[in-house]
Design a protein. Structure first.
Length: 188
């Protein structure tokens, strides 16, 4: 009987030591999954712009993803859509895909409300009146060479970032490191 109690005590001690690490591991996994989801959404918007020869957008929102939902910076949900061309009515816009990854994983996102690509797959600046989204799309400049989405989780200090260059380069990185030979996962 004493041996059984000792075994149970040891299991309890080991479990109490392991639970914080498991919690951290789960939080980091969710953080990475949410960042990868947005990274794939950016690549989808870019690929669809090339495939359709028309502008597309990745849009963040707090509402249910749908064409006409209010775009907001730092939104927890997203959708990818084609944009109307000059002279076309809004019915030509088409939702291509949507997701709620960050919201369902308790991950916070900070980033622009809308990211637009032209028919060549490059980021483009489009005023709200021209893109039909209700918010401006602003392409990177020399001062800020990347559009960035940063991801955080309440149960870990680790952060992830998705950087999108003007020409369409997309990469996920660790903003707490600087890109170098020793830190290939660092941000620029």
């Amino acid at each position: 009987m004493v041996e059984l109690l000792m075994v149970l005590l040891m299991i309890g001690v080991l479990a109490s030591l392991a639970i914080p690490q498991i919690t951290e591991w789960v939080a980091v996994s969710r953080l990475r999954a949410a960042a990868e989801g947005i990274q794939h959404a950016v690549r989808l918007a870019q690929a669809e712009a090339l495939r359709r020869s028309r502008s597309t957008a990745l849009v963040l929102t707090q509402a249910t993803p749908a064409i006409g939902a209010t775009p907001v910076a730092n939104g927890q949900r997203w959708w990818v859509q084609s944009l109307q061309r000059s002279g076309e009515d809004a019915s030509t816009q088409q939702m291509l895909q949507n997701g709620t990854d960050p919201a369902s994983m308790n991950v916070s996102v900070s980033g622009v409300a809308a990211l637009c690509f032209n028919a060549l797959g490059q980021q483009v600046t489009l005023a709200a009146a021209a893109n039909g989204l209700g918010v401006d799309c602003t392409a990177p400049s020399a001062a800020t060479p990347y559009t960035e989405y940063t991801f955080t989780h309440t149960r870990t200090t680790r952060r992830m970032r998705v950087q999108v260059g003007k020409s369409g380069e997309v990469r996920m990185c660790n903003p707490d490191k600087t890109l170098s030979d020793e830190a290939p996962d660092g941000c620029r």
